[in-house]
Structures are given as structure tokens and as C-alpha cells.
Design a protein around this ligand. Structure first.
Ligand code: SDX
Length: 390
């Protein structure tokens, strides 16, 4: 592979939030990864190739990709001691709580040998995270079911291996289903990076202090968990199940508009997109393809989602506020069709976004003027005053 994360010295990062990785135009609904439109990557690329692109800035040659995939496969196993961490959690612990813990704990295994000022060391940390996140994520699910952890299989693709570790057992080999594996890879790809969102900004800020990359990614997992951010995909499924019937959609649309009602249309709206989230369009097409291929195109939740989107997009409240479906609106329906339980949806988001977090983490450290991030506030409190005589 090329020299890791080639940093273009001509691009002088004047602030910790400057970046060359992802471009978003919220008004036009444009998302580019290193200049390539997300629609083209979703159609022609795959998740590990996009990981390479986000890390190195260019698409790999066939040889570079083969080397990259082989290196990722080398690190898919986790230290045996790590499995003991899971046993400290209740079986019904939310998998995101477990992921915050075990990913942070990786720093205890790789801390001493890591010099974050050495770009080769940063590359090794990146490979370890890309490789181990599916293993750790699947272990969360296995732990909740009481089934044994499954070792990774390097004869499978990245997505097939994840599904194998999720659904395979020692007694019954997981037979990769290409429809599900392709859908899984597409979901990984669509969530890979998204500029300076809340969790990526958290990772960059944590990383700017020189903290261990595994601990930084754990901070990103914590930030992603919120329902306003990565937790929305799980919340969309709950919302669709709560609506339960197309007849009840108008009632919930009115509730979403009522300021006194905490109910919001999950999977709708975005801090940046004031037009369609381009990922949502691809996700909707993927949803139609996958559920069609699986013979589930009459899925009641899909019907409710489509009708809900249609009504909301014609409602002045949503139109005036430029509220459109975002990446989370259809992803949960695909994940459910793959057989992923809803409490694992945000874990899948975290797994997918790890490459974005670590690419941004590295980009900060590769800048010749890398400094600690230190947001300032607009102070609105009391003016200086003396302690009263008593
Ligand atoms: C992700 O930043 C990223 O890039 C994130 C992400 C990524 O890839 O990293 O794209 C992933 O987090 C997508 C967003 C997932 N979250 C949800 O789907 C939760 C539901 N959405 C909302 O909570 C909300 O839209 C946010 C949190 C996404 C944005 O919140 P904002 O910034 O407060 O929304 P806004 O400023 O655009 O709101 C404008 C108006 C407000 O009403 P008014 O005060 O003008 O009357 O629209 C209203 C909001 O109350 N509004 C909604 C709404 N979202 C905004 N009303 C009902 N339902 C909604 N979903």
C-alpha cells in the first residue's frame, strides 16, 4: 500500500476541523468521499475498498486492495483475555454499553507499544480497529444469547465473516447468503464516514489530546449511542412498530409537529442536510432490492415507512423545515430483514463508522500543526462580583 495516509503538505490545516476526507453539501444533498459521490461508491465499490479510500485518499489497485484485505484478515481475532470482559456484564446489557467498555479496553492491550506520532503505528492501530470491530460486535450478540463466541473465518468476506460470527454456531456452519452479505456490506459502506458529525468530532477532540486511538474510538461510540445521532436507527424501528398501522400515521405526524409532545419523526431531519440525505435514497433502493429478493416486499413496516415518508414530504410542517429522511430511516428495515436484533443496530453503525473515526483521528495527527482542540464558549453568566461581607 502507499505510504499511510499521505498527507498533502500543501493543505495546511488551520483548524482541527479542516479535512480532506469527506465533503457534504447539505442544500444540494451531496456527499463525496475523497471526491467520489456516495451513489457511485455504493453501486461500484465495497466497504473495505472505501476503507482504503478513506485511509489513503485514493482507490486501490487490484494488488493494493488484495494486500489491504489480507492485512485486515490478519487482525480479526481478539486477545483471549478480552472475552472475560463480556462476563462482567449482565446478559441483557445493551450491546452499546458493552462496546463502550470493550473497545476502550483494547487500549489496555495495545497501549504501550503504540507511538501515535509514528504513522506506521497509526496504520497498525487503524487495521486493528477495522479488523476487530466486527468480532467484538458479534461477541456482544452471542453473549446476549448465551451462545459461544465464534472465531472469525478468514476464508469469508468482511460482511460474510460478520454474519458468520453473528449467526454461525459450533454445531452448524453459517452458509453465507449473498443477498444478505451484499446488503450488510452496503450498510457498512453507507455509514463509513460523514464529515464532522457529533461522534467524529468527539473522536477528533479526544485524539487531539494524544489519547490512545482505542480510547478515542470508545468516546465516539458513546457519542454515537444517542437517539439524536446513531441511536436513531433503533428508534426508527420502535417508532414504526409503535405506529403499527398505516391508518395511524396521520396521528403520529400530528404528534411530531406538536411542540408539547416529545415524539419526533425518527429517521427524519438532519443538522446539515436540508435536502434528501443521499445515503437515504441509496438505502431505500437497497431496502426495495433486498426485501424484494427475500420475498418480503410486502413487509408491513416497509409499507408504513414508505407511506409515512410520502405523507411527511407533502406536509407543510416538514417541507417548510426542510425535513427529509436521513440515513437511519430505512436502514433498520434492512437490518431486521437480515436478522439483526434492533438493539444491535447502533453497534452496526459504530462498526461501520470506525473507519471514518480513525481516518479523521489520523488526519489530525498527520497535520504538521496538530494541536489540542479547545472549543471556547460564549459566556452568558454573571459578571465579576465580590464575595459579600457576612
Ligand atoms: C445521524 O451529523 C451527522 O452527519 C449525523 C449522521 C452521521 O452520518 O453521522 O448523519 C447520522 O445522526 C442522522 C440523524 C439521526 N437522528 C434522527 O433521525 C433523530 C430525529 N431527528 C431529529 O432529532 C433532528 O432532526 C436532528 C437531531 C437530526 C437535528 O436536530 P435539529 O438540528 O434540532 O433539527 P433542526 O434544527 O433542523 O430543526 C428545525 C425544526 C425544529 O422545529 P422549530 O423549532 O423550527 O419549530 O425542525 C424540527 C425541530 O423541532 N424537527 C423535527 C424533526 N427534526 C427536526 N420535528 C419533528 N421530527 C423530527 N425528526
Amino acid at each position: 500500500a502507499k505510504g499511510l495516509f499521505t498527507y498533502d503538505p500543501g493543505f495546511m490545516s488551520t483548524a482541527s476541523c479542516d479535512s480532506q476526507i469527506t465533503f457534504i453539501d447539505g442544500d444540494k444533498g451531496i456527499l463525496l468521499h475523497r471526491g467520489y459521490p456516495i451513489e457511485q461508491l455504493a453501486e461500484k465499490s465495497d466497504y473495505l475498498e472505501v476503507c482504503y479510500l478513506l485511509m489513503y485518499g485514493e482507490l486501490p489497485s487490484a494488488e493494493e486492495k488484495e494486500h489491504f484485505v489480507r492485512t485486515v484478515k490478519k487482525h480479526t481475532m481478539v486477545h483471549e483475555q478480552l472475552s472475560f470482559f463480556y462476563r462482567g456484564f449482565r446478559r441483557d446489557a445493551h450491546p452499546m454499553a458493552i462496546m463502550c467498555g470493550v473497545v476502550g479496553a483494547l487500549s489496555a492491550f495495545y497501549h504501550d507499544s503504540l507511538d501515535i506520532n509514528d504513522s506506521q503505528h497509526r496504520e497498525i492501530a487503524a487495521f486493528r480497529l477495522i479488523s476487530k470491530m466486527p468480532t467484538l460486535a458479534a461477541m456482544c450478540y452471542k453473549y446476549s444469547t448465551g451462545q459461544p463466541f465464534m472465531f472469525p473465518r478468514n476464508d469469508l468476506t468482511y460482511a460474510e465473516n460478520f454474519l458468520h460470527m453473528m449467526f454461525g454456531t459450533p454445531c452448524e456452519e453459517y452458509k453465507p447468503n449473498p443477498i444478505l452479505a451484499n446488503a450488510m456490506d452496503r450498510i457498512f459502506l453507507l455509514h463509513a464516514d460523514h464529515e464532522q458529525n457529533a461522534s467524529t468530532s468527539t473522536v477528533r477532540l479526544a485524539g487531539s489530546s494524544g489519547a490512545n486511538p482505542f480510547a478515542c474510538v470508545a468516546s465516539g461510540i458513546a457519542a454515537l449511542w444517542g437517539p439524536a445521532h446513531g441511536g436513531a436507527n433503533e428508534a426508527v424501528l420502535s417508532m414504526l412498530e409503535q405506529i403499527g398501522d398505516e391508518e395511524r400515521i396521520p396521528e403520529f405526524i400530528e404528534r411530531a409537529k406538536d411542540k408539547d409532545d416529545p415524539f419526533r419523526l425518527m429517521g427524519f431531519g438532519h443538522r446539515v442536510y436540508k435536502n434528501f440525505d443521499p445515503r437515504a435514497k441509496v438505502m431505500k433502493q437497497t431496502c426495495d432490492e433486498v426485501l424484494g429478493e427475500l420475498g418480503l416486499d410486502n413487509d408491513p413496516l416497509l409499507r408504513i415507512a414508505k407511506r409515512l415518508e410520502q405523507i411527511a414530504l407533502e406536509d407543510p410542517y416538514f417541507v417548510e423545515r426542510k425535513l427529509y429522511p436521513n440515513v437511519d430511516f430505512y436502514s433498520g428495515i434492512i437490518l431486521k430483514a437480515i436478522g439483526i436484533p434492533t438493539n444491535m443496530f447502533t453497534v452496526i453503525f459504530a462498526l461501520s463508522r470506525t473507519i471514518g473515526w480513525i481516518a479523521h483521528w489520523h488526519e489530525h495527527h498527520s497535520s504538521p500543526i496538530a494541536r489540542i482542540g479547545r472549543p471556547r464558549q460564549l459566556y452568558l453568566g454573571e459578571k465579576k462580583r465580590d464575595y459579600p461581607e457576612r
